[in-house]
Every structure is written in C-alpha cells, then in structure tokens.
Design a protein. Structure first.
Lengths: 283, 283
C-alpha cells in the first residue's frame, strides 16, 4: 500500500498510447452507428446519454477521498476503504434517489440522483471524521498540500511523522460530496436512458401494456446501470492506483485518461444493453 | 500501491484451470437445458455447479492479476468481473439455445475492451491485464447465467422475465413474479461478486496455497448456491428446488470441512517453518 513506498507513477503522468486512443474512437463510432441502426434516433440519443453518464462516473470517482488500508490505520487521509466500495455506495444511493424520482420527470430524477449520491458521501465523510477525531484522536491533516485551498487551514504542524497525513480535511469532504453527486448523476442518467429504451420496446415484443412490463424494464435498467457504474468506477480506480485525497491531490490531474476509458467502456457495454431486446424471439 | 502481493508458488498451472473451468462450466450450463427436454426443472442444479466451477477458475485468475499489485484491492477485480458479466449474461440469454456460447463471446468482447482501456489508456501496463479481464468477464457472465438458470430453471430470456416455469397446471403469467421482474438478478449479481472477490482476498499473503484458496472459492460458490436455491422455491417446482438445495448444502459442508483441514495444515506448516533457528546447545 502507499504507506510502504508509494506509487511509481506519482511523478509524471503517462499519456494514453496512440493505439489506445485510435481504438477507443473507432469503438465509440462503431457503437454509435450500431445504436442508430438498431433503435434509430432513440438508440443514438440513449447511447450518447449512457456515454455521458459513464464519463460523469469516471470523473466523479476522482473527487472521492479514498484512503484504503493506510487510512484505516490513520496513516493516510481519506475514507478507509477501496474505490469500488465507495463508488458503489454513492452510485447506488444516487440510483435509488433517481429511480424513485423517475416518474417526476427527467430533470427532477437527475437532481434526485445527484442529491442521493452527494448526501451519502456527505454523511459518510462526516461520520468518518467523527470517528477519526473523537474515536482515534487524530486531527485532519493532508500530506499533499500545505494549506487547505478552501479554509486556508495549515497542515504541516498537525501531520504526524512517518505518515502521509491523516483524517479528512475539509477540501476532501467537499471533494467527496462533489464526487458522490457526479456519480449519482451519471448512474441516474444511464438508468433513465435505458428505461426509456426498454419501455418503448418491451410492450411491442411481449404484447403487453407499459404498466405490465414496468417491473422488467425497471429491473433491467437498474441492473445495467449498476453494472456500468462498477465498470467505470473500477477503471477510474485503476487510473488513480488506489488512494487519492480529493481534488487537491496531484493524482487528480490524471482524470482525462479515465474519461477516455470510461467513455469507451460505456459505449461498448451500452450498445449491448441497448441492443438487448433485438434478438428476443429470433432463435 | 505497487507492492507485490505475495502468492504461493506451485499448484496446478493456470492454463489448465482455465481450460477445465471454461469447458466444464459451459457444459454444466448446457446440462440445465435437459429441463426443456424433460419438461421438468430437476436439472436446474447444474447451473449452480457451473457457477461454482467458474468461480474456482475466476479465483485463480484474480490471483494471477492481483499478484501484479493493482493498488485498488482485490474486490475491485470482482466488481468489474460481475459488472461486465451481468451485461453479457443477459444479452446472451436472449439468444435461446445458443445462450452460453453467445454469453462467453459477448463477455470476452466487453472484457477485452475494459482490459485494453486499462492498459493502453489508463496505462496500467500490466502484461496479463487484457487476458485476465477477458477471463474475469467470462467468469462473471457464466456465474450470473448459471445461478439465474438455477433459480428459474432455464437460461432463456423469456423464461427469466415471464416466470411461467411452473407445473401441476398452475401457471404464473405476471411479469412481477419472474426472475428479472422481481430483481432477483440483482441479488445474484451481488452473491456472485462476493463469492468471486472473497477467496483470494482472504487467503493472500505469505504462505498462500493454491489448493486452499480454490477450496475457499468453491465453498463461497456453494454458499451463494444455497441462497439462490432458497430463492428458486419461488420460481420452480418444489421438489426440484429441494434437490438443488440439498446438493448445495452437501457441497458446502464438504468444501467447508476440506477448507478447514487445509487451513490447519497450512497453519501447522507455518508453525513448523521456524524462521529464526535456535543455535545448537542452547543460548
């Protein structure tokens, strides 16, 4: 873990390879063309929405202060768990909020998703600091910057020797809330786009009313939104190699790589989700 | 976070496990197709056994991948596996009798894209990344498809959404009471994810032994199978569900007992290793 030496890549940011970029652009274009031929304009719009949602998730993960195992021992700042768990928590909370608000309209649902994800991260970050300060008796101090960019609090006096900082400084708290909100927004966007596609197609295929197929459409859109959320969150986690303190961390500058990766992965996963019902009944 | 996670040497070569896992699990999933021929869901348990075989293979893959030190913890690999897998499994399920084959192909495509993005764009530059993510996506897909086939007696999409798999003249036509309409697929998703990520996460470190890790993987698989078997009472014939449940419990008891034996063996070996030798004649 980072307490034992730190990542090798922290110094410079390796740019994506040309092969990776070309492959990514080609895959996105192929997916968009396929979406247009499978479900016409609605499919194209849905896939673009899914790609934007995936990018929001991949970007949002970079804001979340992930501490990992060193944070659990009070040797690094952040929330003491891995990216996948935190992102899944914030994303699912956002998804629940958004899915609950889905009948109230597109904008309300998106806002519901963002607030759901942000609220979960706000509660998590607050309680993490309560445990750090009152349970473990450690002050919040970042190891990456000398002053909190928002409050101007200084850190070096409070940082214990041999650690990379500890606790959860205010900037990390703000980053966590922004990350949760972006993640919830992206997850809800994916959910709503897929729900539209399925609610248009399922009644025709099954010869049933929209109300009758609602459980299937909601369940399919929900599970695919969760699946794409996890794919994008893990790719973003690979990008930050484990731990990050929040938007002030030097690792934050790596986010363009994760955005490209998330866009391509969402496009490929999304085309299978959009085209899901095309083969029903063919074989 | 680039510290190498220690894994034990020796054991069965990974390629051998790959071949047995892939062929074995696909054949076992196809054996659930006997349900359609026999018009009775007594062969549903083969789906659960396919999931167990796939999970054993997946655990060995995770062991290979994580020995490079991802920096994000072992669970993230399980999450991306099931995230890719559930999309592939549901897409594959729509192709009727070809479901297992199509599932494997689609999972390989999604896994390859995720792996290429991780290596070429995010620049993890891990040699086994692409192959491992392909394998993990296939494992995730087979796990979801196998457990879903076990729960509702068929791996075909229409069977999963209509819940008409019932006998004795009693037919359920509501979409709500189906595997997907009731969102049982989400529970299967998480049961698979926990089963695939736990074993290596629990066993890694010095003194890790392949047979012990894989035995724990089988134990986790049977544990997930027990839960899905209980849920399958809602979808398939009572006696078929009892057969599944009994097989799952017997499998779990056997693997649990073996795992405890292997743990005691390794604990004893560790005790006997005596890293610091006493000088002869006393000190």
């Amino acid at each position: 873990m980072s307490a034992l030496g730190g990542p090798k890549q922290a110094g410079g940011i390796q740019p994506p390879t040309a092969m990776g970029l070309v492959l990514g652009i080609v895959l996105i274009i192929i997916a968009l063309i396929l979406a247009f031929f499978l479900v016409q304009m609605a499919g194209l719009i849905a896939l673009i929405g899914i790609i934007i949602g995936g990018v929001l998730i991949g970007f949002g993960v970079h804001f979340v202060p992930v501490g990992g195992a060193p944070a659990a021992m009070g040797q690094a700042p952040g929330i003491a768990t891995g990216v996948a768990m935190l992102a899944a928590g914030a994303g699912l909370a956002g998804l629940f909020g958004g899915a609950w608000a889905a009948p109230l309209g597109f904008a309300v649902a998106l806002a519901g998703g963002a607030i759901g994800g942000g609220l979960l991260m706000a509660i998590t970050c607050t309680m993490v600091n309560v445990i750090y300060v009152f349970g473990m008796g450690i002050p919040a101090a970042s190891g990456k910057v000398d002053k909190d960019p928002i409050t101007g609090d200084s850190f070096p006096e409070y940082k214990s020797q041999g650690t990379e900082g500890h606790g959860l400084p205010f900037i990390s708290w703000v980053g966590g809330v922004i990350g949760g909100a972006l993640g919830g927004l992206g997850g809800t966007l994916i959910y709503l786009e897929l729900l539209d596609v399925y609610q248009a197609q399922l009644p025709v295929i099954l010869n049933a009313t929209v109300e009758q197929i609602a459980p299937i459409a909601i369940s399919l859109a929900g599970i695919f939104a969760v699946a794409m959320f996890l794919i994008n969150a893990v790719l973003a986690a690979y990008n930050i190699t484990g731990t990050i303190e929040g938007p002030h961390d030097p690792k934050f500058k790596r986010f363009p790589r994760a955005i490209i990766a998330a866009a391509v992965a969402s496009a490929v996963a999304g085309i299978f989700a959009i085209g899901l019902l095309e083969l029903v009944g063919v074989f | 976070m680039s510290v190498k996670i220690e894994v034990g040497a020796g054991g069965i070569p990974h390629n051998q496990i790959l071949i047995y896992g892939l062929v074995g699990s696909v054949i076992l999933i196809y054996l659930t197709y006997l349900n359609t021929y026999m018009q009775a869901p007594y062969f549903a348990f083969f789906g659960g056994l396919a999931a167990v075989v796939a999970l054993i293979w997946g655990t060995d893959t995770i062991k290979h991948l994580c020995s490079y030190g991802l920096g994000t913890g072992v669970p993230s690999a399980g999450m991306i596996a099931l995230g890719s897998g559930v999309i592939a499994a549901l897409f594959g399920a729509t192709t009727g009798p070809f479901a297992p084959i199509v599932t494997v192909i689609v999972a390989a495509i999604i896994g390859a894209v995720a792996g290429l993005m991780a290596n070429a764009v995010v620049r993890m530059d891990i040699p086994v990344m692409v192959v491992s993510l392909i394998e993990l996506a296939i494992v995730g897909a087979i796990t979801v498809l196998g457990l879903a086939a076990m729960a509702c007696g068929t791996f075909e999409f229409l069977g999963m959404i209509t819940g008409q798999i019932s006998f004795f003249g009693f037919t359920i036509t509501s979409y709500e009471t189906s595997l997907i309409g009731g969102s049982i697929i989400a529970v299967i998703f998480m049961l698979g994810a926990i089963a695939i990520q736990h074993s290596f996460n629990a066993c890694l470190g010095p003194g890790e032994q392949q047979d012990r890790t894989l035995m724990l993987a089988a134990e986790c698989g049977f544990l997930s199978m027990i839960v899905v078997a209980i849920m399958s009472f809602a979808f398939i014939d009572r006696y078929a569900a009892i057969i599944t449940l009994v097989i799952a419990i017997i499998g779990w008891l056997y693997t649990y007992k073996k795992y405890i034996e292997l743990s005691k063996r390794d604990a004893y070996a560790w005790l006997d290793a005596q890293p610091i030798l006493e000088p002869k004649g006393g000190a």
